[in-house]
Design a protein around this ligand. Structure first.
Ligand SMILES: *[C@@H]1O[C@H](CO)[C@@H](O)[C@H](O)[C@H]1NC(C)=O
Ligand SMILES: *[C@@H]1O[C@H](CO)[C@@H](O)[C@H](O)[C@H]1NC(C)=O
Ligand SMILES: *[C@@H]1O[C@H](CO)[C@@H](O)[C@H](O)[C@H]1NC(C)=O
Ligand SMILES: *[C@@H]1O[C@H](CO)[C@@H](O)[C@H](O)[C@H]1NC(C)=O
Ligand SMILES: *[C@@H]1O[C@H](CO)[C@@H](O)[C@H](O)[C@H]1NC(C)=O
Ligand SMILES: *[C@@H]1O[C@H](CO)[C@@H](O)[C@H](O)[C@H]1NC(C)=O
Ligand SMILES: *[C@@H]1O[C@H](CO)[C@@H](O)[C@H](O)[C@H]1NC(C)=O
Ligand SMILES: *[C@@H]1O[C@H](CO)[C@@H](O)[C@H](O)[C@H]1NC(C)=O
Length: 478
């Protein structure tokens, strides 16, 4: 443009340059810049991120110091989960490999398929990725920044699967300052543990891992219809199906945590609306699977909340200030239900109308229940106990606060403290209210073995042992 301008009269040159610079300036000051990151809308395959929703400060409220804190963490990023791989990803990969005759290079949004290779093999299913290990270690370092005054924990607990165990080890490596300072205690993922494990849903016969698929499928068919039509118009021989589209969108998440990026995330292939629809289909699934749409969720989540709240309320036992436990994607959302977090009906509506908040034929954009915020890889829930002195307008004393992925979350009926916190007595009565609502794990689950229990005691039961120390490098556990 500059060289063309130079051939014009000087007054016009000046006017044009001024207009051009005014345009740049006004474009920069307009609040209309639209950006969209699909990685933040990928439900259970979203890489770890901190949505800051609500955007209140994760810093301790004025005058308050964290004295104790307990975390429940989903394992970090894995190559692919069994079900996702077998149901969606592997069939798509095989189909790509079978359709060698398609000239992908001529199809703009899909041309990468001409040289794309699968990022996952059978042998890697369910394993933690390198990014997963790094992010878990980073969370360990983050905890040391957030709680500079707390002593290092002597134990970190985890359910026994390799991906949760290795996530716990990685967190410990980021948290300890030297080798072998912190032990990892493994809790067996038993189908007869009653409520006494970090995977109580596995011991709950009334819980079905496929709950929610029928409902989710209804919306999946709706949102994939135009996408299939578009892709099939571009590559008629491939016959893109609902499962192919769903699998390709999952690959955006999985390939990103394996290779650092993925061509399936390209917004020319799937638009922001496509991603929001994928996310909603996934939110429907989790609503009925581990959320407010499943009658067992609260009963399965309560024992962790109750045991943890009691650990924090306890003033006698001073052995450990920071409690961290690793589990799978199912437990944190069930604990959210037990605690009343992310309830679509919280400010209106009723228990009876909760399913109406997740219609199957269109997106409820204003929902509180968003799986990408609730259960990304490494999703973590914290309950913190503060000692507050000089928080103007509040009495000195103990206050309790909840963080989910570092965003403070208000408890619906416990809001009498600074920021989003609540007082000790408020927290105690809130806990009692939730216990009254959801106690009775064995009865609600229809437990069919006779040694069940309704409470979680791993944090205080000495028969569980002291676990295994973690060095900076892989030695104790291969
Ligand atoms: C790919 O081709 C093989 C061999 O013809 C066939 O057995 C398999 O079902 C095909 N898979 C898909 C997903 O089309
Ligand atoms: C019940 O017994 C089974 C089998 O011995 C065991 O695995 C499980 O941990 C026990 N459950 C409880 C709550 O002790
Ligand atoms: C496309 O795939 C669907 C689902 O597998 C199948 O029912 C249908 O017959 C296929 N269509 C063609 C033209 O191959
Ligand atoms: C969700 O909120 C509604 C409305 O306040 C309430 O009736 C219901 O009990 C809540 N559900 C749970 C599980 O807390
Ligand atoms: C929501 O739907 C599920 C699955 O159909 C059902 O079991 C549950 O009772 C419903 N919840 C309410 C509160 O009606
Ligand atoms: C809370 O902090 C104040 C001021 O640092 C201190 O005097 C008090 O002993 C602390 N309370 C508890 C229960 O630790
Ligand atoms: C709650 O925790 C207390 C203290 O550990 C325990 O006595 C009680 O049985 C627990 N109740 C439930 C429902 O988990
Ligand atoms: C666990 O550690 C405690 C405290 O260090 C010790 O007293 C206990 O004997 C240990 N238990 C086992 C089973 O090693």
């Amino acid at each position: 443009m500059a060289s063309t301008i130079r051939q014009l009269p000087q007054w016009l040159q000046a006017a044009l340059l001024l207009a051009a610079s005014a345009q740049t300036a006004s474009a920069a000051s307009l609040y209309s810049t639209y950006t969209f990151n699909p990685l933040e809308h990928l439900g259970g395959v979203a890489p770890y991120f901190e949505p800051q929703d609500p955007p209140s400060s994760p810093a301790a409220p004025q005058g308050c110091t964290a004295e104790r804190s307990a975390y429940l963490v989903r394992h970090a990023a894995i190559y692919a989960n069994d079900f996702d791989y077998e149901e969606y990803i592997e069939p798509f990969i095989q189909k790509v490999q079978n359709h060698t005759g398609i000239a992908w290079t001529h199809i703009p949004s899909l041309n990468f398929l001409s040289s794309w290779t699968a990022p996952i093999s059978d042998a890697e299913i369910e394993m933690l990725t390198r990014v997963g290990k790094v992010e878990a270690a980073q969370l360990g370092a983050d905890l040391s920044f957030r709680y500079p005054g707390m002593k290092l924990p002597s134990k970190v607990w985890t359910s026994s699967a390799e991906r949760t165990y290795k996530s716990a080890q990685s967190l410990v490596r980021g948290l300890e300052t030297d080798d072998n300072e912190i032990n990892v205690v493994s809790i067996f993922e038993s189908s007869e543990s009653g409520a006494d494990s970090l995977t109580p849903y596995k011991a709950c016969p009334a819980y079905s891992s496929s709950a929610g698929s029928d409902q989710s499928k209804v919306y999946m068919e709706i949102f994939t219809k135009p996408i299939k039509a578009r892709l099939n118009a571009a590559a008629p021989k491939f016959n893109f199906t609902t499962n192919d589209v769903f699998g390709m969108m999952e690959l955006c998440g999985y390939e990103s945590v394996i290779r650092g990026s993925s061509p399936f995330c390209d917004l020319d292939l799937f638009t922001p609306d496509d991603w929001l629809a994928w996310e909603y289909a996934s939110d429907i699934q989790y609503h009925y699977n581990v959320g407010y749409g499943n009658q067992v969720s609260g009963a399965v989540g309560l024992p962790w909340f109750n045991a943890t709240a009691n650990l924090l309320l306890n003033n006698e036992d001073k052995d450990q200030d920071l409690f961290v436990s690793f589990t799978h994607r199912e437990l944190p959302p069930m604990v959210f239900v037990a605690m009343g977090l992310f309830n679509n009906s919280a400010f209106g509506g009723s228990e009876a109308t909760i399913n109406d908040t997740m219609p199957l034929d269109r997106i409820n954009y204003r929902r509180a229940w968003k799986s990408s915020h609730v259960l990304p890889f490494l999703s973590n829930l914290a309950i913190e106990r503060f000692n507050c002195t000089g928080s103007y307008g509040y009495e000195d004393g103990e206050y309790y606060r909840v963080l989910v992925n570092s965003s403070p979350q208000p408890l619906p009926a416990c809001a009498d403290g600074p920021g989003t916190s609540c007082s000790r007595s408020g927290f105690e009565s809130y806990l009692q209210e939730r216990v009254d609502m959801f106690q009775g794990f064995s009865a609600t689950c229809g437990v069919d073995y006779d040694n069940s229990t309704d409470s979680l005691s791993i944090y205080t039961d000495s028969s569980i042992g002291n676990g295994t120390a973690v060095g900076k490098r892989y030695a104790a556990f291969q």
